[in-house]
Design a protein around this ligand. Structure first.
Ligand SMILES: NC(=O)c1ccc[n+]([C@@H]2O[C@H](COP(=O)([O-])OP(=O)(O)OC[C@H]3O[C@@H](n4cnc5c(N)ncnc54)[C@H](OP(=O)(O)O)[C@@H]3O)[C@@H](O)[C@H]2O)c1
Length: 224
């Protein structure tokens, strides 16, 4: 049975990833700060882990919990978008928090789980980034902290892809679309089941040659 580790699995896209992989028979290691009834109620082989992705001790504990496992897929999904970022109103302390959550944490979690990923032989690491991290695609400005945190995530994703190739680990940078979650809000263009079904298809079809590439949920490649 394949094994997936998901961060931010208690709501939004992370919850939907947990639902869909569990329904397909995967063992799901669902990591979150505060489990929800929706997460606890998922049928299947779902193991809950308490994890704030900015907590180094928590990440180390997760790695210890997974010592005996081969992890086929790690989805670094947890993320934040803080809207108080217009020019003249930038909250720099919050910006630092966002960098810790959106950029540093995915690297730290990946680093800690490398032995478990390497055991799988052909593991994949999905970094849930955003089109808002594309410099080319930025035609509307604003969102300083979020854009910077996801652009930096894209940059580290390329390094991870190159550095982990010899371990057989494929690293994907994935944009979920504008999705109706707490973060995306009610005006999003698609719902979480559609986004996650698309992302799962991109992940399933990815080959080592795709490592370090930036794809949307519908398989389109995005510009940096
Ligand atoms: N929705 C969109 O339109 C959209 C578009 C592009 C990219 N994305 C990306 O997709 C990912 C998921 O977004 P979403 O729409 O599902 O957002 P969401 O509904 O706001 O959920 C965010 C998730 O991240 C978790 N999280 C935040 N900080 C955390 C921390 N320090 N430790 C552990 N978990 C933490 C939250 O847990 P708590 O409940 O504990 O806060 C929650 O599970 C994010 O990386 C986001 O940037 C979303």
């Amino acid at each position: 049975m394949p094994v997936v580790v998901i961060t931010g699995a208690n709501r939004g896209l992370g919850l939907e990833f947990a639902r869909q992989y569990a329904a397909e028979g995967w063992r799901v290691h669902a990591c979150c700060r505060r489990p929800t009834d929706a997460l606890s109620g998922i049928a299947g082989d779902v193991v809950l882990h308490s994890l704030d992705v900015t907590d180094a001790k928590g990440i180390a504990a997760l790695a210890r919990d997974l010592l005996g496992e081969a992890v086929d897929l790690l989805i670094n999904n947890a993320g934040v978008l803080d809207c108080r970022q217009s020019l003249g109103q930038i909250d720099y302390a919050r910006w630092e928090d966002m960098m810790r959550i959106n950029t540093l944490a995915p690297v730290a979690v990946t680093e800690a789980l490398l032995p478990a990923l390497a055991r799988a032989g052909d593991a994949k690491v999905a970094l849930i980034t955003s089109r808002m991290g594309s410099v080319t695609d930025n035609t509307s400005g604003g969102f300083y902290a979020y854009r910077a945190s996801k652009a930096a995530l894209n940059a580290v994703g390329r390094s991870l892809a190159l550095d982990l190739a010899d371990k057989g680990i494929t690293v994907l940078l994935l944009h979920p679309g504008w999705v109706r979650t707490d973060m995306g809000g009610p005006n999003g263009l698609i719902d979480a089941p559609q986004s996650v079904a698309g992302l799962r298809s991109v992940i399933a079809g990815a080959k080592p040659a795709d490592s370090g590439r930036f794809f949307a949920y519908d398989g389109r490649e995005l510009p940096w």
